[in-house]
Design a binder for this molecule. Structure first.
Ligand code: HPA
Length: 270
């Protein structure tokens, strides 16, 4: 795998004007952030050697490099979900490439369901910890010490320094946010009411189908992570309405206005 990642890295590097500092992974309906990137260069996943390929129709499937407020970033437009049938190494492959490109900080966003009843659709939540309910994880199997240790620490999966920075910036801009624990299921079904009751009692504030694998690998590689969730709906059994993906995307698009302002400002000062 190491050689494959290095080959992907070498290919991407040829298109970059500058070494990226921040890696960004965008969640469903939150793609507008790409619009704030200046001086953009696109690299299609399909052209990158060894990179997983997008299967979902309508997903862009490309890297976007450029600058946000002078800070060089590399953004994934279209991520890989476990429920699509990718294995965990494929889901997290781009994070390995981020690391080899010299990226030190990663921002990950997602659309998810709210369990904490202080939340409502449209709430932005800083992720302060995760619960992995995917039944597996990307670090299983042979460990290559060139990437990271066999038994990585996971006591601060989301960087306290980056969280504090995000809070300061939100306060300055007058952007409302909450903070909480993100539980990751595999999906693709929206959870049952019993599953939501169970994880709510165990400390989950929000639930989704992504983010946990990428966070695990980033920590393993020594990349600091900031996670921001957009609560697009209340989780099963909490809201009366049935779930709809179109509604998830609609709410995410509305919330992404504030999300973009926030993220743009916080990356500028990284
Ligand atoms: N559950 C899981 N994933 C989600 C949800 C949810 O309620 N909403 C958006 N993504």
């Amino acid at each position: 795998m190491y050689d494959k990642v290095m080959e992907s890295k070498a290919f991407i590097e040829k298109s970059l004007k500058e070494q990226p500092k921040v890696g960004i992974i965008l969640g469903s309906g939150l793609g507008d952030l790409v619009n704030v990137i200046e001086d953009k260069v696109y690299i299609d996943y399909k052209d990158i050697p060894n990179f997983p390929q997008s299967t979902v129709k309508g997903h862009a499937g490309r890297l976007v490099s450029g600058k946000i407020g002078g800070v060089p970033v590399l953004c994934m437009e279209g991520r890989f979900h476990f429920y699509e049938g990718y294995d965990m190494k494929e889901v997290t492959y781009p994070v390995f490439v981020f690391k080899m490109l010299g990226i030190e900080k990663m921002l990950v966003t997602n659309a998810c369901g709210g369990i904490n009843t202080d939340f409502e659709p449209g709430t932005l939540m800083i992720i302060n910890d995760f619960i992995n309910l995917m039944g597996t994880n990307p670090l299983m199997g042979h460990n290559d010490e060139r990437f990271g240790p066999r038994f990585p620490d996971m006591s601060e999966p989301y960087s306290i320094e980056l969280m504090n920075h995000a809070k300061l910036v939100a306060d300055k801009l007058g952007i409302d946010y909450k903070e909480g624990v993100y539980a990751g299921f595999t999906g693709p079904y929206y959870e049952t009411a019993a599953e939501i009751r169970m994880i709510g009692r165990h400390g989950a504030d929000a639930v989704g189908m992504s983010t946990v694998p990428e966070t695990i690998v980033a920590n393993y590689l020594g990349i600091k992570v900031l996670g921001i969730s957009c609560i697009t709906n209340m989780a099963t059994g909490i809201q009366e309405m049935k779930h709809s993906h179109d509604r998830v995307v609609e709410i995410a698009k509305i919330a992404s206005v504030n999300m973009c302002k926030w993220v743009e400002a916080l990356i500028c000062e990284l």
